[in-house]
Design a protein around this ligand. Sequence first.
Ligand SMILES: Cc1cc2nc3c(=O)[nH]c(=O)nc-3n(C[C@H](O)[C@H](O)[C@H](O)COP(=O)(O)O)c2cc1C
Length: 279
Amino acid sequence: MGDLIESMRRRTSIRAYSDRPVEQGVKESIRALLEAHGRGPFGNAVRLGLVDLTQMEQAEARSLGTYGFISGARLYVAAVVRDAPGAMPDVGYCLEQVVVKLTHLGLGTCWLGGTFKRASFAEKLSLSGDEVIPAITPVGYARDSRPARERVMRRFVGADQRKPWETLFFDGSMDRPLRREAVGEYAVALDCLRLAPSASNMQPWRIIKAGDAATFHFLLKRSPGYGRLLKAADLQLVDMGIAMCHFELAARESGLDGAWSANGPCPAGAEHVISWKGR
Ligand SMILES: Cc1cc2nc3c(=O)[nH]c(=O)nc-3n(C[C@H](O)[C@H](O)[C@H](O)COP(=O)(O)O)c2cc1C
């Protein structure tokens, strides 16, 4: 199994971090990753900033909080983007590239789209007028065991469950579930997509495989009542970018080539976001 496929299988959200500091050399690897993933498939520039609380006064570090949802983390990566078409999936795609590679380095992460003090991070990262911070993640070494509070929270959102294949993946149209045998080598890419993190674990992605071709249409099925809760971010579109990242990383690591294309169908009740055309 390839390294990144293994990392995608292993990753879970980490909310409690150990005291072990992230070493200087590892911080440099993180910085290199942030620089390498600055543009998404929709062409938006995504600025990934590293916020290091160890270099701050205590009061300032406290202001960059997460309302108690995250404990012990002293490093954060924040995604900054200009609000433009495709900006949200590009944020999902770019930051998840980093998350998967950090997992490979043995570091823990946790996507945060809601539970962080957005205004304080915005100030720290000197945002210009039309920039937003759709999401951030803490980065650090996981504590040995999950505290009870985190376990309760995971149970609440059903964090360990994923929807079954047949309700996520379709063959030609959304009334025909996709059989695993019908996708050949793409089965691993779809497995990895299914393991992607999503806001409140809603898994809003639906994939339609087109006919006999290695073409996969990525559709967003919005969760009722989950619309644009936050002005700063359309989190379900961020989820789509994360799913694109998992699918593409796994496909490429399986030796499958292809490219993203803007054209695709839009069945009732779902929004077409992008399509993968295998070569
Ligand atoms: C875009 C996005 C936003 C999220 N926002 C939060 C958040 O504000 N607070 C939080 O505790 N977890 C947040 N999560 C983490 C999800 O709850 C978590 O990914 C999901 O429950 C699946 O669990 P897993 O990541 O351990 O597989 C977010 C995840 C995503 C992808």
